[in-house]
Write a protein that binds this ligand. Structure first.
Ligand SMILES: Cc1ncc(C[n+]2csc(CCOP(=O)(O)OP(=O)(O)O)c2C)c(N)n1
Length: 618
């Protein structure tokens, strides 16, 4: 098996970076190539983030070879490119378990390894985190090194610029490595991307690439090195770069797949003090040509046969994202005021067709959730009808903007919130566990949770037609398989639907848990209500239910703390109604990555878990 590390002569000997440092420099290239081959075969075997890690193989070797990790710290941004780092830091035997239940974390995690300096998953945090570490280390009189590795996609976030801006005013030893592959998940966007492209399009970069080896071989010792860099690299590329203006010493661009060059230049940077930025140019999917040709498809992959040059066809189940994508096109056809916004998630949120058909009304704003929300607010001020498509966990980034810029001003924005609830392999950083809790405390916001695909379409239309702020939160993946239809009809705001009339126990279910509630309701002859709205609640229906039942069970795929069930209890308390109420939802702990079925079982949201939690009535 090519995903057994024992089959690789050098890689098999590397259990920790200190083993890598013992390798003869002349053999490093072979170790590098073995690492790449191992990654290709292993990830093909287990699935996971594929193309980004292939682009960072040389960089990972160079960093662990040159820096004294784990004393020196490498802070990976997002962390989807850190698989090679996991391999070199004692986890190669387990790589095939990544993202699976009880397997390796999908991203670096401080709980998994001392080499994972900072927990990630959400992007653009690396420079801030590395800066914080560098400042605290300096205060202790400690001269360890801190290296943030950030992609050009992650650099589009305001937070990365906030950190750069701050770093320049601090005299600390921070190295930022900008890993520029000209891609986010899809093509990178924006003025900064154009700026990087301009640097690379210059004759200087191609000239340097060719003469790079020679320049490095003859690289003088450190005393003259800074001068040479200025003359031969920095000066050659652009006299005054944006980074230089910000106060960084900018070095590059250099070929991030030329190991020898990387080793020489990073080795020299290590000896410099103050904020440094090294700009490396890499190729997403490097070394596996189908991924080089189509880095978007190979960003994250299912299991596949690496000998075949294509991925297996997807299982063709219609997902909630697909329902949204089609609805968006249908609505845009009818209403030319519609504008759609995505913070760099065109594929995940399924805006692919919309971006083709409605180019002028499609806005990929980069990894910039705060901006995604406020640009929607601005559009609404001018009478456009913005639809902001955003993952639940990434909306956490845009929370103040949602309150302050949108809802407080009663602006007409629809939030299409994907990946609400448990997402599976991406784990704790990506579960959409909190949106109901953090949204439902905002006055005036309409919040809907569909129980199936048809409901999702109805709710999107309802939210869109509502003249104010509204949110529809739907889960990852496929629903019940119900045909969503082609209509653009709405439902009455604030009205739930009794799906099954039973006795004694009433299951008030929100969104995805209606399906399991119906099964449980059948088995125990309980009433089942599809509440549809988390805000406004169907208060009249709840009052009615209280009169005719002896206990209420609320069900939601959201944290119990502050979620939809809490809303029901708050209402009952406001009415001085005393009735036994049990809340079923995600418990008050961070849920790790794993198979979605396992996670449902763990949280007791599967049918038997729900049954077990319902007190027996007399
Ligand atoms: C806050 C946040 N928004 C969106 C994402 C989803 N996401 C994961 S990787 C990625 C692209 C990152 O691009 P880049 O930093 O250039 O790395 P590359 O994949 O090109 O190596 C995006 C948008 C995320 N992880 N975090």
């Amino acid at each position: 098996m090519l995903c057994d590390p024992k089959q690789y002569p050098l890689l098999s000997k590397i259990n920790r970076p200190k083993d890598l440092r013992l390798i003869d420099p002349a053999d490093l290239q072979q170790a590098n190539d073995e690492l790449r081959e191992f990654l290709i075969n292993s990830i093909a075997h287990c699935g996971g983030h594929f193309s980004a890690g292939l682009g960072t193989v040389e960089l990972t070797i160079a960093l662990h070879y040159l820096f004294d990790t784990p004393n020196d710290k490498i802070i990976w941004d997002v962390g989807h490119q850190a698989y090679p780092h996991k391999v070199l830091t004692g986890r190669k035997e387990n790589l095939r378990s990544i993202r699976q239940t009880n397997g390796l974390h999908p991203f670096p995690s401080r709980f998994e390894s001392e080499y994972d300096a900072f927990g990630v998953g959400h992007s653009s945090t690396s420079i801030s985190a590395a800066l914080g570490m560098a400042v605290a280390a300096k205060a202790k009189g400690d001269d360890r090194r801190f290296v943030a590795v950030i992609g050009d996609g992650a650099m589009t976030a305001g937070m990365a610029f906030e950190a750069l801006n701050h770093a320049a005013s601090l005299d600390v030893n921070l190295t930022v490595i900008l890993n520029d592959n000209d891609m986010s998940i899809s093509e990178n966007v924006g003025g900064f991307r154009n700026y990087l492209a301009k640097i690379l399009s210059g004759k200087f970069y191609s000239g340097f690439k060719e003469s790079g080896k020679k320049a490095v071989q003859n690289m003088p010792k450190i005393s003259r090195w800074a001068h040479r860099v200025e003359e031969h690299l920095k000066g050659m590329v652009m006299p005054g770069t944006l980074f230089e203006e910000l106060g960084f010493n900018y070095i590059g661009p250099i070929d991030g797949h030329d190991l020898e060059t990387l080793l020489s230049i990073i080795g020299n940077i290590k000896k410099l003090t103050g904020p440094q930025i090294l700009h490396i140019v890499t190729k997403k999917g490097k070394g596996y040509s189908p991924a080089e040709d189509d880095p978007i498809a190979y960003h994250a992959v299912p299991t596949f046969n690496p000998k075949e040059s294509k991925l297996p066809p997807s299982k063709k189940k219609i997902t909630y994202s697909n329902i949204f994508g089609k609805w968006l096109c249908d609505m845009a056809e009818k209403d030319d005021r519609l504008m759609a916004i995505t913070p760099a998630m065109r594929e995940g949120s399924d805006l692919i067709e919309f971006s083709r058909q409605f180019k002028d009304r499609y806005f990929d704003v980069g990894i910039a959730e705060q901006h995604a929300v406020t640009i929607a607010a601005g559009m609404a001020c001018e009478g456009a009808k913005p639809v902001c498509a955003i993952y639940s966990s990434f909306l956490q980034r845009g929370y103040d903007q949602l309150i302050h810029d949108v809802v407080l001003q009663k602006l007409d924005v629809l939030f299409a919130i994907d990946r609400s609830g448990l997402v599976g392999g991406d784990g704790a950083t990506h579960h959409g566990s909190y949106d109901l809790s953090f949204l439902r405390c905002i006055p005036n916001l309409i919040i809907m949770a569909p129980s199936d695909e048809k409901e999702c379409r109805l709710m999107l239309t309802t939210g869109y037609k509502h003249e104010g702020s509204a949110a529809v939160r739907y889960p990852r993946g496929a629903g019940t398989g119900v045909d969503a239809g082609d209509d653009l009809q709405s439902i009455e705001i604030g009205k739930g639907v009794v799906r099954k009339q039973g006795e004694k126990t009433a299951l008030l279910a929100f969104g995805s848990l209606v399906t399991n509630a119906l099964i449980v309701g059948d088995e125990m002859n309980a009433t089942v209500v599809d509440m549809r709205f988390v805000k406004p609640l169907d208060e009249a229906l709840i009052l009615e239910i209280c009169k005719t039942h002896t206990q209420i069970i609320t069900l939601e795929e959201n944290a119990i703390a502050g979620g939809a069930g809490s809303a029901v209890s708050e209402f009952l308390s406001s009415q001085n109604i005393i009735i036994p109420v049990k809340h079923i939802g995600i418990p008050d702990e961070f849920i790790e990555h794993g198979d979605p079925m396992d996670l449902f079982e763990l949280c007791q949201l599967d049918v038997s878990g729900i049954k077990n939690q319902i007190p027996k009535t007399v």
